[in-house]
Design a protein around this ligand. Structure first.
Ligand code: ADP
Ligand code: MG
Length: 959
């Protein structure tokens, strides 16, 4: 009877089956995996390995949230009140000939709805974009297909795939283990149990075993925290255990940024202020009128005076609230994330965009972030010889030459038993794969290990051949804490049982000091002899010499064994080793990093290097890159452990290089820096880096070498693993923050101007309100809104990275923003009031028709709008004059200014719009006067810059 593969909708209790039975059912091969044809067919049959995302926030929720916004609530209230006012005049027969009743109410409500819809579209798009960005960071899975190891997109995983798991991986589908070494998996996503579960291959469990105890299976969404395994995929997509409870999926985190939170508070304050103002104006105005005329209070309130004050106060309420602001901020942040992704920084949490701008300390890994992570072995030391290695990149072509030889040429490895043993260790104590792909030698796995395969290849060693002869039976895997790894293999001698030779051999590699400590013997020639103090001394010197040149050095040892040790025996097993030698590899710094470090310095940001590597290696690289200077102190993990948090806080300000650290030290460094009021960005790639990434203000994960777990804990992912990308993201963060501040002062300055102008009208005794709520809304949303959006894409000013970071706790109004707003608001209102006074008497002298006499209102409206256009042009820079700025660098500003000015003219000259917005026709003289007054605004802002410049020069001369 041949086994039938399970149908897509059939539930198989995989935990009850032996591994071989599962392999048979899934028609796959443990060594060869599926063929690519099979995989394609399976994909067709079972579909893509994706979870249909349970939405974080439903569409309804997002929509509803829009209308609970306090600003919109205020507008709705205004619409209702002005509806009532209209109703009253309609009843009284006061309606003008061609007036549409309830026009304002309808228009305001329309704007409210439109605004709500726009907000809804924006927010749902932002959520989708963020989710899509996360998808970009979606994981690659290592599988075996057609007998070859390759990486596929997790979405292309199919049942039957042979999947390789290692520490840090997030399991991409449900699978049955067929081989496992020290495998521990955290299944919190599924069972809520935080403790990691140890997994085993060789069991078939009763069918009622609860999920948490199915130790022979791994489940999608869980995290491998330790060890390594091979498993065959049993279920994918929504068929997995996680898929069944897909609602539990992590949702997209679009939490508000600190600035957004403060803006929300500000708008609440403004709305409260607006309501208070309405109350004051209405009651104060009516009370004052009643007192002056001696009339009955109620009669005044219900009469035309009361109505006038109510209208004034409504207009003021609308004027004070920055209706357009939240949308502009959202768009700016979204645009910021897009610019960052173009520069290879993927934002996972929106607040990061803003926090990036205030980063003061960037802590970075060395390997792969500051360096290229393209390891090339340069030197090899054994007890007998010191050798230089030739060749290019990972290409296993090349040879070994004596280091202090006379260039006499290559040695023959076969004459050097120590070297042969060392290279055997390189080959077997190794999880990487070296392959030729399209003519290039590439590695799959850790570059450190890839370099070892390539150096062994120079003596003709091939990994697959050797692993066949000496299969791996057990291992103690590498971790950044252990800084070493060991494998136990079956030796070839095993074939001739009873030969007296030990059947098993352990090969160990890792940080040289650590390995050497555990050695009692050293291989010299064919034999092992006790290691002398002198030999230890020499080895450490060689190590220091190589490290001092910036090389990454690994030590190697071996140990014959008569039995395979248990997984838990690492401490006793990794003792009494036989020293084999040292291997030194070069990992060249990334060329762009030196410049990036210099940019950090000029931007007032301190770069720190935190590495698991040797202190001398770390120091050499740090000095080369400008992170440290010769003679600077380097702190090691061991030193760190001796310090209390208080002591560490002292040290952390001075020391820029931390070597031989373990992930938990990273957490302490972040905490110490944060106590020192630093805003810290911290990189990490391993599982154990997650706490430090969470603690940091900006946790940065590696896109290429990073584990899924670290990415999950991060705020930002570096798509190219590059330090320079962090600096680029910081720059973009600063640009975003500067631009947000720029349009906040632009928008709020205008609001203050409007408010003062409207309030002044009745005070200086002009009859009526110059601006209706509808016109003010138009200004706040359209004629201010569009240029503000354009200001949001203003490119970086040349000095963004030449000034210290801003304090994230600072108030929105800090550093002159508040006083600028008040000043500009005042200037704007002085201009508008000046124009208002003049135009009021002018229209009342020239015209007799009351409709024409009202032209002054339209002139005020137009002046306020156009003055803001000049303001928009001038505010692009705080220091450079508009004529000094290339208009091409932000054409949007110019386009928006032209476009909004045209819209404003349309409101005056298109009869239908004129009617709707309640504006009046203006002749050329009147329009010209408006233009003239408006232009003064531009002139003022430019004059401020000139004055500032003169002041600075004067200060310089004086000081
Ligand atoms: P980093 O990535 O900062 O260089 P790691 O934590 O990866 O530091 O490595 C720390 C040390 O562990 C290295 O300096 C090296 O001595 C050792 N090491 C690194 N990779 C391996 C490995 N694959 N096997 C054994 N030892 C390793
Ligand atoms: Mg590393």
């Amino acid at each position: 009877m041949t086994a039938q593969p399970p149908l897509p909708n059939q539930v198989t209790l995989w935990h009850t089956l032996e591994a071989d039975k599962a392999l048979e059912l899934l028609q796959t091969d443990r060594q060869l995996g599926l063929t690519s044809d099979q995989a394609a067919a399976q994909l067709e049959r079972y579909g893509s390995n994706e979870l249909v995302e349970a939405q974080g926030r439903s569409a309804w929720n997002i929509l509803f949230d829009q209308f609970t916004n306090i600003m919109l609530l205020l507008l709705i209230a205004v619409a209702i009140v002005s509806g009532i006012l209209d109703f009253v005049s309609w009843q009284a027969g006061d309606l003008k000939a061609n007036d549409v009743p309830f026009k304002d109410t309808i228009a305001i409500l329309a704007i409210v709805i439109l605004n709500g819809l726009l907000g809804y579209l924006q927010e749902s798009k932002a959520e989708k974009d963020l989710a899509a960005l996360k998808q970009m960071a979606s994981s690659r899975v290592r599988v075996i297909r057609d007998g070859k190891t390759l990486e596929v997109d997790s979405r292309d995983l199919v049942p039957g795939d042979v999947m390789l798991l290692e520490a840090g991986v997030q399991v991409a589908a449900d699978a049955r283990l067929i081989e496992a070494a020290n495998l521990q998996v955290r299944e919190a996503a599924l069972t809520g149990e935080a403790q990691a579960v140890s997994k085993q291959v060789a069991v078939a469990l009763p069918d009622d075993t609860p999920l948490g105890d199915r130790v022979n299976l791994v489940f999608q969404g869980t995290e491998v925290v330790n060890g390594r395994a091979t498993a065959i995929v049993t279920n994918t997509g929504m068929k997995t255990e996680l898929g069944r409870i897909a609602t539990m999926l992590q949702e997209v985190e679009s939490e508000p940024t600190p600035l957004q939170q403060r803006m929300d508070q500000l708008s609440q304050a403004l709305v409260t202020g607006a309501l208070t103002l309405v109350g004051l104006v209405v009651f104060g105005g009516i009370g004052y009128a009643a007192w002056r005329t001696g009339e009955n209070l109620l009669k005044v309130a219900l009469g035309p005076t009361g109505k006038e004050f109510l209208e004034v106060s409504l207009s003021m309420a609308v004027a004070i609230v920055p209706e357009g602001l939240p949308a502009v901020i959202t768009v700016t942040l979204a645009l910021g994330t897009q610019r960052m992704v173009k520069r290879h920084a993927l934002i996972r949490k929106l607040p990061a965009v803003e926090t990036l701008g205030s980063v003061t300390t960037i802590c970075s890994d060395k390997t792969g972030t500051l360096t290229q992570n393209k390891m090339v072995v340069q030197l090899v030391h054994t007890s007998h010889s010191a050798l230089r290695v030739t060749g290019e990149g990972y290409d296993p072509a090349g040879e070994f030459q004596p280091l202090n030889g006379d260039g006499a040429g290559a040695i023959a490895p076969s004459h050097h038993p120590e070297l042969l043993n060392l290279l055997t260790a390189c080959t077997l104590c190794n999880d990487a794969i070296l392959q030729k792909e399209q003519g290039d030698w590439v590695i799959l796995g850790d570059p450190t290990e890839g370099a070892l395969l390539s150096v062994a290849g120079k003596a003709g060693f091939q990994k697959d051949q050797w692993t066949n002869e000496m299969p791996r039976l057990a291992e103690f895997p590498f971790s950044s804490e252990r800084k070493r790894m060991s494998v136990i293999v079956e030796t070839a001698a095993n074939a001739e049982a009873g030969s007296g030779v030990d059947r098993y051999m352990m090969f160990t590699k890792g940080s040289p000091e650590l390995i050497l400590e555990r050695c009692t013997q050293i291989q010299v020639g064919e034999a092992a002899q006790p290691i002398t103090a002198q030999q230890r001394q020499t080895i450490l010197e060689q190590n220091n010499q190589m490290a001092g040149r910036g090389l990454r050095v690994l030590g190697f040892a071996c140990k014959p064994l008569s039995a395979v040790p248990a997984e838990t025996d690492e401490e006793t097993a990794e003792q009494q080793l036989i020293w084999l030698g040292l291997v030194g590899m070069l990992d060249a710094p990334r060329p762009e990093v030196r410049g990036a470090v210099a940019r950090c310095r000029s931007a007032g940001i301190r770069p720190l290097m935190i590495t698991g590597d040797h202190q001398l290696t770390a120091q050499a690289v740090a000095e080369d890159l400008g992170i440290a200077y010769p003679g600077d102190r380097v702190l090691t993990g061991r030193d760190l452990e001796k310090l209390s948090l208080a002591e560490l806080e002292q040290v952390v300000e001075e020391v820029s290089v931390y070597a031989r650290v373990a992930p938990e030290h990273k957490l302490r460094i972040v905490q110490a820096l944060q106590h020192r009021k630093q805003i810290v960005s911290m990189t990490g790639d391993g599982v154990n880096d997650a706490p430090a990434l969470k603690q940091a203000d900006i946790g940065v994960a590696m896109g290429i070498t990073g584990t899924d777990v670290s990415k999950d804990a991060s705020d930002m992912v570096l798509l190219d693993d590059n330090f320079a990308t962090i600096v680029a993201a910081v720059e973009e963060g600063r640009v975003v923050y500067t631009n947000i501040r720029r349009f906040i002062k632009y928008i709020l300055g205008s609001n203050i101007g409007e408010l003062l102008t409207i309030g002044a009208a009745p005070l200086i005794g002009l009859g009526g309100v110059p601006l209706s709520p509808l016109q003010i809304l138009w200004m706040n949303l359209v004629t201010d809104g569009l240029p503000a959006l354009a200001l949001a894409v203003e490119p970086a000013e040349p000095n963004v990275m030449n000034r210290p970071p801003h304090d994230p706790q600072e108030s929105i109004f800090a550093r002159g923003l508040g006083s600028y707003m008040l000043r500009i608001g005042l200037i704007l209102s002085i201009l508008a009031i000046g124009l208002m006074t003049w135009s009021y008497s002018y229209t009342h002298t020239v015209y007799t028709d009351p409709a024409d006499q009202d032209r002054w209102k339209t002139m005020v409206f137009t002046t306020l709008c156009l003055a803001q256009m000049g303001h928009a042009l001038a505010i692009r820079s705080n220091t450079r004059l508009t004529i000094e700025m290339n208009p091409m660098t932000n054409l949007y500003v110019w386009a928006s200014v032209v476009f909004t000015s045209l819209l404003q003219l349309a409101l005056i000259y298109v009869p239908f719009l004129r009617n709707f917005f309640g504006t009046h026709y203006l002749n050329m003289t009147e329009l010209g006067v408006c233009l003239g007054f408006s232009a003064l605004m531009f002139v003022w802002v430019e004059m401020e810059k000139i004055a500032l410049r003169l002041y600075v020069t004067w200060q310089k001369r004086k000081g």
